[in-house]
Design a protein around this ligand. Structure first.
Ligand SMILES: [Fe+2]
Length: 258
């Protein structure tokens, strides 16, 4: 699956986003006019999305073993946990983005928040990378980074520094600030997503130990440095910037079509 600009709008029913799993939630038997009729209620849940590359394609910077465990167990667990909660939740039926904002509850998260945000964060994370990624962006993305950070080197250093400053589990992000209309690096604790604050995510990097311990032990800095230098997908970033630009009307420079 190619990296998709539609990742910013993941609808439960969208074939380009999270594929809903249709299950028969319950079946029952009713008698109508002396006839026995079996009926069922069909509902849609979120499914586990697949990274847009083979599980060993990010080696040597992220091992197949790490991706298998991270995606196949941890990401899957968040999907399963969310679906289990939604089966009895009044929040069922929202898009995932809406669900994250609703369940964030102005900083007093509802029980569904953690799983919902982690499902979205992980999907966004897998698509933030590509084999033979990294290096420097080009064109409009590079111009925007230079405009907002002074230089690409400054951005790279700020991303690594921000990740290093986060104590415990969380995420580091490149976001587009909707109000200020500029790029910024932020880190968030645990499952918190910038979506809850109205920022537009452009890059996410998982800073939970399960994301890097097998490959880097507790050397988080090397993990983050290799992500920026060898894994980040500037192609995906370009598509996301194009979409974000339409939201905030950045104006010049125009982000080119990749
Ligand atoms: Fe993770």
């Amino acid at each position: 699956m190619a990296a998709s600009a539609s990742a910013l709008h993941l609808l439960p029913s969208s074939p380009a986003g999270f594929q809903p799993q249709q299950r028969r939630l319950r079946s029952n038997v009713r008698r109508q006019g002396g006839l026995t009729r079996r009926f069922s209620k069909v509902v849609s849940y979120y499914g586990l999305t697949t990274p847009p590359y083979k599980l060993d394609a990010l080696e040597p910077y992220m091992s197949r073993r790490t991706v298998e465990l991270h995606w196949g167990k941890h990401h899957q667990d968040y999907v399963d946990g969310l679906n289990k909660q939604l089966a009895t939740s009044p929040l069922y039926g929202h898009t995932l983005e809406e669900l994250i904002k609703e369940a964030y509850n102005n900083g007093n998260p509802l029980p569904e928040y953690n799983n919902a945000a982690q499902v979205w964060n992980h999907h966004f994370f897998w698509e933030s990378m590509q084999p033979e990624g990294g290096g420097s962006p080009e064109g409009g993305v590079l111009q925007q980074i230079e405009k907002d950070f002074g230089s690409f080197t400054n951005f790279r250093e700020e991303f690594i520094r921000s990740a290093s400053q986060l104590l415990g589990s969380g995420w580091v992000w490149l976001v587009l600030k909707r109000t200020e209309k500029k790029l910024a690096v932020v880190h968030t604790r645990n499952a918190i997503s910038p979506l809850a604050f109205g920022d537009i995510p452009i890059i996410s990097l998982d800073l939970w130990e399960h994301a890097y311990y097998l490959d880097y032990k507790d050397d988080r800095r090397s993990y983050v440095t290799n992500f920026i230098d060898h894994l980040v997908s500037w192609h995906t970033v370009t598509l996301r910037m194009m979409r974000a630009e339409s939201f905030v009307n950045l104006g010049e420079p125009t982000i080119p079509v990749a």
